[in-house]
Design a protein around this ligand. Sequence first.
Ligand SMILES: [Zn+2]
Ligand SMILES: [Zn+2]
Ligand SMILES: [Zn+2]
Length: 662
Amino acid sequence: MKKAKRIFTILMALIVFISSMAASDITVKAAEETQETDYKSISEPNWYGGAYSTNNPFAWSNQYYGQCTWYAWGRAYELTGVALNECTGNAAKWYNAAKNAGRSVGSTPKANSIAVFGTSAGYGHVGYVEAVNGDTVTLSESNNSAYGKVTTGYVNSLAEGITYYCGAHNFSSSKLKNRYSGEWLIGYIYLVNDPDPGSLSIYAKTTYYTDEDVTVSWNTPANTASYGFTLRYNPKSGDDLIDHYVTGNSYNIGKLGTGNYRLWMKPYSANGTGGKAVYVDFSVTNRPVTYVTGITLNQSSLSLKVGQTATLTASVQPGNATNKNVTWTSSNSGVVSVSNGTVKAVSVGSATVTAKAADGSGKTASCKVTVTKTHTHQYAAKVTKAATCKEEGIKTYTCSCGSIYTEKIAKTAHKVVKDAAIAATCTTAGRTEGSHCSVCGTVITPTTVIPAKGHTITRTVTVKATTQKDGSITKTCGVCGATEKTAIYRPAQIALAKKSYTYNGQEQKPSVVLWDSKGNQIGTTNYTVAYSNNRNVGRAKITVTLSGNYFGTLTKTFNICPSKTEIVKLTRKSKGFQVKWKKQSNQTSGYEIQYSDNSKFSKNRTKRVDISKKTAVSKDVKKLKAKKKYYVRVRTYKKVKVNGKTTKIYSGWSKVKMVVTK
Ligand SMILES: [Zn+2]
Ligand SMILES: [Zn+2]
Ligand SMILES: [Zn+2]
């Protein structure tokens, strides 16, 4: 129980230490800390890690907590992973113990090394080098009050009466060598491999001018983190103007005075290992002056009236002269004044204006200026361009001295001419009154077109068309008397929807279309249609009675045919054949048989047989050639009276059958 409580109280003390380090650095300063040059924060120790307890041999017996050896061993293990197993005794023994164990040791401070001090008391002291920046060494360490030499940022007394001091401070390497009376630096134990920096080369000009920045650059050698940078004036005996550490690959020293300089640079590794120092020499001089060799003015002489001004321009040779400024003077400022090259005539007379180089070269250029009395212009006016109603004119004023100016002459007014109104008639358009300019044609008052009125028909005479003669419609305008005659063409042709019907006991009424003599269809409102004799087999009649713009009647006939028959049997006979057909008793008077040796029944190769007995259903045809092919067909007919004459109305043909005689 006692052991656990002790560990807890130490940890509590360390927690307070960590949280107050920054503030304590400002507020707590002990008398011995004169060697401190600066404070730098270190990474926070992980007090709860194994480095300060289970791995740390100084923690195993509990009695070394807080001592310098406990802290330095733990810090080394925490940051580098190196377990200093040979360093388990008093601090003063660590250097030789590490050296005998084959570790790298030396007198130069490097980051991640153990600084070992010897003391008259014989115990010694160790601390951990956190960082080296140039000559600044950051050391972190711990000790107890009995040691009495190392002071820290924070002091805490525990219940057991032990006081711990833990902290980190910056020292110069020389101060660290002899830190206190009787406590000298034995050396450093290096924990990490630290290769030497590579070879450094400095790039600088051999000469700089006093009016420019002195900038230098260098290569970035391997294993190099920073550079010692020392600038010395008058290398043999002069002082160091700059002595500090730089990083990067260039540096701007700024402007320097005239003289010879030497710049030393030395590369350092991140752990503080120094490489080979190198230097460059350069000098700083005033920039050489290029003097003016000649000046040219844009005018060598000028004539001015009193009150006039002119501008003189000075060109300086050579173009790269250091100082191109000139100063302007007048030999008689009561006659001619000059300022920055602007010359002003003050009074009648003459004077010389001179431009002189401002660089002390003594070069000049001059211009003679003659000033005469002011002239009073006498202008004569002349119209050089007459004004019109479209364009302004120009009046030109000329003085005998050559001075000239012009004035504009205003445009003249348009010459307005009236455009009389014109009344519209039945057939021609009119217009409203307007006006325009007779000179340029510009419209002053636009006119408006009045459209033609069109005829006013007061009389219409219609002559109806008959079946023989065209008719007409004549319209007369009551205003102008003009007439318009439109023809009504006579009806010329009746077209039927169907021209032939087969008897079916119903009245047949094919629809009618009426055409005039010019091929135009006549509207159905201009006629009526009547049918007669249009049920039984015979010749039906259509009567078209004209009306409206037409007069008279037209007739047209169409056939209603009997029903047709079919051949029911065709029998070959010796030099003949027998044909039997289906009886067709209704609306039939007889039959006609045709036979032919030609399938198309051409007229000169076809014979016909008339069967006038309407009850007959067969016929033997004889006296033909033997073994000959015949085509046979049959149709019905009915005898009817047409216009008093007996006429046969035939049905369509039966299907054709074929027979070969025996
Ligand atoms: Zn004039
Ligand atoms: Zn005009
Ligand atoms: Zn008219």
